[in-house]
Design a protein around this ligand. Structure first.
Ligand SMILES: [Zn+2]
Length: 417
């Protein structure tokens, strides 16, 4: 485990001075003017990218598109890793690395018609904002560093990652942070996800999802009466588990969202299953709820065995159960004095931008849960209808977000004069 940079060795006042100094440097002023002039090109990138299907586990074509652009910008060591993340670096002169990433995947199946179109400054179509806008901002930022020779002591690692949405379960980011070559050098991460400039996600909402299946011998409702019944076991387990107390701070929730089982009204079911979702920003709370769920299931199985084995005419008890984790997003919270948060706030003050701290489930969950400095912020403009076919993105004000991202990165990398 590499040393995490101390959180608050730099006074907020000196961070504010550093932001002011950076923003006034000629290279940065040129880059910011360029952001304004380049909007037509950024719009083209965003439309082009959104037209490439990227369902969960099907991001390859987008990875190729981004790798090609990374190479064209002159990023070094551009490559696709074994699961499809695209990485490109801009080496600095210190061993530390600052990662900036945007997820490539969408929630839409490969068969979704991608009717991507533009009316003035408004762009429409599935995935246009989440996360074609994030990938566009990633590219625009990389281009600014490349074109204006912006100073950075730490290296910059630009990542277009796979697997953020739904069943992707953050696999792209997990892969990056399980690779010692990256894990041990990335000191801070900035995740670009969706539109806007009004939030800083520094609280990682964790979730764990389970599929619980109970199986029994099944049988005829009349002739096999008394045989253990998986649906009854699940019902008992739900009844027990739903009485679990949860904390309101950190907010912790659970939900039994799907229940399936049985064949017909006159059959004792052979199996029954349920899907359970548990959420909290505290890993300990998620662990505790998982423990309670397992305990509820054990108790329900035991009670059902007792009930049926007490009956002399019953078949032998042949119940078994399985609890499979079908999703696991680690949670956590960034220290309120974390340097990355102080920098983001100082940049927002400088820009007169009002942003709220938010709790959400993003790629930043992975580093935050490991005690690393990370935030997720928007790629500017405005957007709506995320995860629907009516998704839209308005490019107005994108340049402010790009300036914000650039200043945060310059400050994080410890730009030298
Ligand atoms: Zn997203």
């Amino acid at each position: 485990m590499p040393p995490v940079p101390p959180s608050s060795t730099t006074e907020p006042a000196s961070i504010a001075q550093e932001v002011t100094r950076l923003a006034a440097s000629p290279e940065v002023i040129s880059a910011i003017e360029w952001f304004r002039d380049q909007e037509p090109e950024f719009t083209r990138w965003q439309l082009e990218l959104a037209r490439i299907p990227a369902p969960p586990f099907g991001e390859a074509a987008r990875s190729d598109w981004l790798a090609e652009r990374f190479r064209a910008l002159g990023l070094v060591k551009v490559h696709k890793d074994s699961i499809g993340n695209v990485c490109g670096s801009m080496p600095g002169n210190s061993p530390a690395t600052i990662a900036v990433s945007a997820h490539l995947d969408t929630v839409f199946p490969a068969t979704t018609p991608l009717n991507i179109r533009r009316q003035g400054r408004k762009l429409f179509g599935p995935g246009i904002s989440d996360n074609a806008s994030g990938v566009t901002a990633l590219l625009a930022t990389a281009a600014a560093f490349a074109n204006f020779n912006l100073p950075h002591a730490a290296s910059l690692l630009f990542i277009g990652n796979v697997g953020e949405e739904g069943e992707g379960d953050l696999r792209g980011m997990r892969h990056i942070f399980s690779d010692p070559n990256w894990r041990d050098v990335i000191h801070a991460s900035v995740v670009l996800d969706g539109a806007g400039t009004d939030t800083i996600v520094s609280e990682a909402l964790g979730s764990r999802r389970f599929e619980v299946t109970v199986r029994g011998p099944g049988g005829h409702s009349w002739s096999d009466f008394g045989t253990s019944n998986p649906i009854v076991v699940l019902a008992r387990a739900i009844q027990i588990f739903s009485q679990t107390r949860v904390s309101s701070s950190p907010k912790t929730t659970f939900n039994v969202g799907v229940i399936r089982g049985g064949t017909s009204v006159n059959s004792i079911p052979e199996s029954a299953s349920m899907r359970v979702d548990v959420r909290s920003s505290s890993v300990a709370e998620i662990e505790r709820l998982e423990f309670e769920l397992r305990r509820a299931l054990e108790q329900a199985l035991h009670e059902e065995s007792m009930r049926t084995s007490g009956d002399r005419n019953s078949h032998r008890v042949e119940l078994n159960s399985e609890l499979v984790v079908i999703g696991d997003r680690p949670g956590g919270e960034l220290d309120s004095n974390a340097r990355i948060l102080q920098i983001a706030r100082a940049v927002d003050n400088h820009l007169g931008n009002h942003a709220q701290i938010q709790r959400a489930s993003t790629d930043a969950n992975v580093p935050i849960s490991m005690g690393r400095e990370a935030i997720a912020i928007g790629a500017g403009g405005s957007g709506g209808g995320a995860h629907t076919l009516q998704e839209w993105f308005d490019t107005t004000g994108r340049d402010i977000a790009l300036e914000r991202i650039l200043l945060i990165l310059l400050c994080l990398t410890g730009a030298t004069k």
